[in-house]
Design a protein around this ligand. Sequence first.
Ligand code: 5GP
Ligand code: ZN
Length: 113
Amino acid sequence: MSDCIFCKIANKEIPSNVAYEDSEIICFHDLQPQAPVHLLVIPKKHIESLDGAGAEDAAVLGGLLTKVKAIAAEAGLANGYRLVCNCGEDGMQTVKHLHFHLLGKRKMLWPPG
Ligand code: 5GP
Ligand code: ZN
């Protein structure tokens, strides 16, 4: 997707502060952090949202989710963290490339806003 900002980050066309990367996923610091640690974990493949993920994406997304604990540990989140996936209009998704927010180093609130 040539006009997708997260594809551009994945392709290194736009700089980001990368915390983790492998052949399938990349994790970088959010530009406007909502917690002392605020990372975004994304598949490198352009998938518009969780609603846009198909059976063919199961391996990549399963790999992503099972990698989160290592990324969180590396970020010093031994006391816990929150993983958020905003989906669609009501979910307040603003960037149309599937991403998971990994938030930590503060006590989260519930219910979320
Ligand atoms: P959403 O609201 O779609 O769930 O989250 C999108 C997130 O992407 C926001 O937290 C926003 O701060 C972050 N973001 C948007 N553009 C950029 C960018 O160019 N670089 C980085 N690192 N984060 C971005
Ligand atoms: Zn994209």
